[in-house]
Design a binder for this molecule. Structure first.
Ligand code: GLA
Length: 534
């Protein structure tokens, strides 16, 4: 049967975080999902074992309290009344039994379906059965719903929008809505033209609580997991502007026991996802989890920055071929600095106070700076006159994370401004010319976005970027003339001309009439900059 998709503008009413109300999902979800480890071999036993293992290892008690079923839990056909039917070979006691078992052990149950005609694994999809499935999933005891996006009718973004809006309506109208994880963006990632991807992230943010935005993390046991994880990481850094209280960008599971990972690599995966306040959903055989794995996954200091109430997604401070540095704020005013060694050998890196978003001048007036290494738990007093924070001897593919105690210094959002399609970095040069270039970690690519909307690189701290009749230049007068504002569209808009920062075909930075989420006009900014919800 062909579904009737009406291509009219559909109101996407927010069930996620209606203004003023407590969001349904205030913090990133933590728990277990079977997919990346067991794929379609899903069974009741896997979830009973997972529950027991999470209790026994103490992982439940540090926060991993969700058990989410993925694809392939049903039979291939619906019942006569239209309901989905669970596969009794896989779930002999039935799903209502399983959810009450989960709840009795302190877990929140979640389920999977697909918005199209069939799931990605070929099981019945929910298209045109939205209401009955919503009702059944709730009646069976589920409180979290992953909505995949395979096998939708042709028609691209408008069809996805219409179909997902049906779910948006159910969420908005139900006082006890389930947490809604929306995979629609994942079907539009990595394209030559990213406008649809951005558009879908925009509406996903208004209707649900999570968006799976990119590829599947490498499943067990084939393939290489580090490049898979880094691919999703790289997609994730493009989208920080969408994450807000009640809504999370989801870079997919922690596939902890993938055999291709080194211990340093999986610790990096965890540390990065914590820095992003991303979902921490383990997809691993919990009955065989090792002591080292339990230890790092239980790191309370890292979980605390993941589960921090501000739920900021750390953004890039700098990037070169070996190092990525990211930073964010946490609720008590501390500053987080995350340092990833992408290189093939161990190395050390110092991140200046200024790059960390702090003012060297203000720090000098104060005392020592208290810095905690979140892997070792060791706190040190660092002389404010020193260069900054040093990550020493970070192993290849390792990640250091530091927590700088609330200091005397106010924070200025500091870091890369980059085009989220080309991934080129806005670059200031000594002459005041500004262009988009390969990211190289230099001062000319480290921008301070001041509270008053003026923007300068730390190469030329007294010169701010201006729209000089369509050309972007950095000059002294700019620090009092040209203010900029940032929109959830990804546009950086000049307050005088109302034009948008643009990457011209030759890499020159220009200001041109703002279009609709155009590839050359969508940029990422350091976290802390106000994002206008337009
Ligand atoms: C898609 C999703 C995965 C998983 C499978 C199930 O590939 O992205 O996370 O749910 O479908 O078939």
């Amino acid at each position: 049967m062909k579904s009737q998709i009406a291509l009219t503008a559909v109101g996407l009413v927010g069930g996620a975080a209606a203004a003023g109300s407590e969001p349904l999902l205030p913090l990133p979800p933590m728990g277990f999902n079977n997919w990346a480890r067991f794929m379609t071999n899903i069974t009741e036993g896997i979830f009973v074992d997972a529950a027991e293992a999470l209790v026994k290892t103490g992982l439940r008690d540090v926060g991993y309290n969700r058990l989410n079923l993925d694809d392939a839990w049903s039979t291939m056909a619906r019942a006569a009344n239209g309901s989905m039917v669970w596969d009794t070979k896989k779930f002999p006691k039935g799903l209502p039994w399983l959810t009450s078992y989960m709840k009795s052990k302190g877990f929140i149950p979640g389920i999977y379906t697909d918005a199209g005609t069939l799931s990605c694994g070929g099981y019945p999809g929910a298209l045109d059965h939205e209401e009955i499935d919503w009702k059944d999933f709730k009646a069976w005891g589920f409180e979290y719903l992953k909505m995949d996006g395979c096998n939708l009718p042709d028609g691209g973004e408008p069809v996805y929008r219409e179909v997902y809006a049906r779910w948006g309506k159910l969420i908005a109208e139900d006082p006890e809505a389930m947490v809604f994880s929306d995979s629609a963006p994942a079907y539009f990632e990595g394209q030559k033209n990213l406008t649809d991807w951005y558009t879908i992230m925009g509406w996903a943010q208004k209707m649900g609580h999570l968006a799976r935005h990119s590829a599947d993390i490498q499943t067990y046991p084939k393939g290489k997991s580090w490049p898979s994880m880094m691919y999703n990481y790289d997609q994730h850094v493009r989208l920080a502007r969408y994450q807000k209280v009640g809504f999370f960008n989801d870079p997919d599971f922690l596939n902890v026991d993938h055999p291709s990972y080194t211990l340093d690599e999986k610790k990096s995966h965890f540390a990065l996802w914590c820095s992003f306040s991303a979902p921490l959903l383990l997809s691993t055989d919990l009955t065989a989890i090792t002591k080292e794995e339990v230890e790092y996954l239980s790191n309370k200091d890292l979980i605390a920055i993941n589960q921090d109430k501000l739920i900021q997604q750390a953004t890039l401070v700098s990037r070169d071929s070996n190092w990525d540095v990211l930073s964010k704020d946490v609720e008590n005013g501390d500053r987080i600095v995350t340092i990833l060694n992408k290189g093939a050998s161990a190395g050390s890196l110092t991140v200046s106070w200024e790059r960390a978003g702090l003012s060297t001048k203000a720090l000098r007036r104060g005392k020592d700076v208290t810095v905690k290494d979140l892997w070792t738990g060791k706190t040190t007093k660092v002389d404010a006159k020193s260069g900054g924070i040093t990550a020493s001897n970070v192993p290849s593919h390792g990640t250091a994370v530091f927590r700088i105690a609330k200091s005397v210094s106010p924070v200025t959002p500091t870091g890369l401004i980059f085009n989220t399609l080309s991934m080129k970095c806005l670059t200031d040069d000594k002459s005041g010319k500004v262009s988009f270039k390969a990211c190289d970690g230099s001062d000319g690519q480290t921008w301070q976005v001041r509270r008053d909307g003026h923007i300068n690189s730390i190469l030329r701290p007294d010169e701010c970027i201006v729209d000089a009749e369509g050309k972007i230049l950095s000059r002294h007068s700019g620090c009092s003339t040209d203010g900029w504002s940032y929109a959830v569209s990804g546009n950086l808009i000049n307050g005088n001309s109302a034009n948008c920062l643009t990457e011209a075909a030759d890499g020159t930075a220009t200001a041109t009439k703002c279009g609709y989420e155009l590839n050359e006009q969508v940029v990422a900014l350091p976290i802390g900059v106000t994002v206008n919800e337009k």
